[in-house]
Write a new protein. Structure first.
Length: 218
């Protein structure tokens, strides 16, 4: 049997990625339309037009599929947002201002799919401790990037890791309230969190404008 060429391997990988993405897409539609409890492997296979054997080649279980959805739609997107604002800004103040504006916009557009995945993610902390620890560490690393500064912009006694730990804890609390109370004033709560971070974590000498208004960046 002749070895596969680079082109053949590339085509095979593209097909695998396409099937994986199709599974993701159909799973998202099922959750969006009927809720997470109605997401079953049988439904995904029927919607995707694949066999269970093919499904298991990509995801060993329904739980693994849900973790993959959370990774791509929540954790990876949040990391992308942080890296985007880090590239587009020059100061920590601008970075935080831009981040919270975009983060607030995302919350205002979140529907059934995002709520169900966030609820699953938070529940997973308790039910699967090892996975929960890994997810928590990813979140801390993401927010540590957000707070990283080479210009002594953090308030005395603080470092990026501590700021990340405080922010993740407070965001988790706000998110739990949002999940349990449909009338939760999420935008107001995020504004309050931003004001707290701005007033307590950023060095006063580096702050120009503490208000949460649209920064002049793309």
């Amino acid at each position: 049997m002749e070895p596969l060429t680079v082109q053949a391997i590339t085509l095979r990988e593209k097909r695998k990625q396409a099937i994986r993405q199709k599974i993701h897409t159909q799973a998202c539609l099922i959750i969006q339309d009927t809720g997470l409890n109605n997401l079953t492997i049988d439904r995904v296979c029927q919607a995707t037009g694949i066999t269970k054997k093919t499904f298991y080649n990509y995801f060993p279980s329904r739980h693994t599929l849900l973790l993959s959805l959370c990774q791509s739609l929540l954790l990876d997107q949040n990391l992308s947002l942080v890296r985007h604002v880090c590239q587009q800004t020059t100061t920590l103040e601008q970075r935080l201002q831009h981040f919270f504006l975009r983060f607030k916009e995302r919350f205002s557009h979140r529907g059934t799919l995002e709520k169900e995945l966030i609820r699953f993610l938070l529940t997973n902390f308790i039910d699967h401790r090892d996975e929960g620890t890994d997810i928590h560490q990813q979140m801390l690393a993401t927010y540590a990037e957000l707070f990283h500064s080479d210009h002594h912009e953090l308030a005395p006694g603080l470092d990026s890791q501590l700021c990340a730990e405080i922010t993740v804890g407070m965001l988790n609390t706000i998110t739990l309230d949002w999940l349990s109370d449909e009338h939760c004033p999420i935008e107001h709560r995020l504004d309050d969190l931003y004001q707290f971070i701005n007033s307590s974590m950023i060095s006063r000498s580096s702050v120009n404008n503490p208000g949460l208004t649209e920064p002049p960046i793309s």
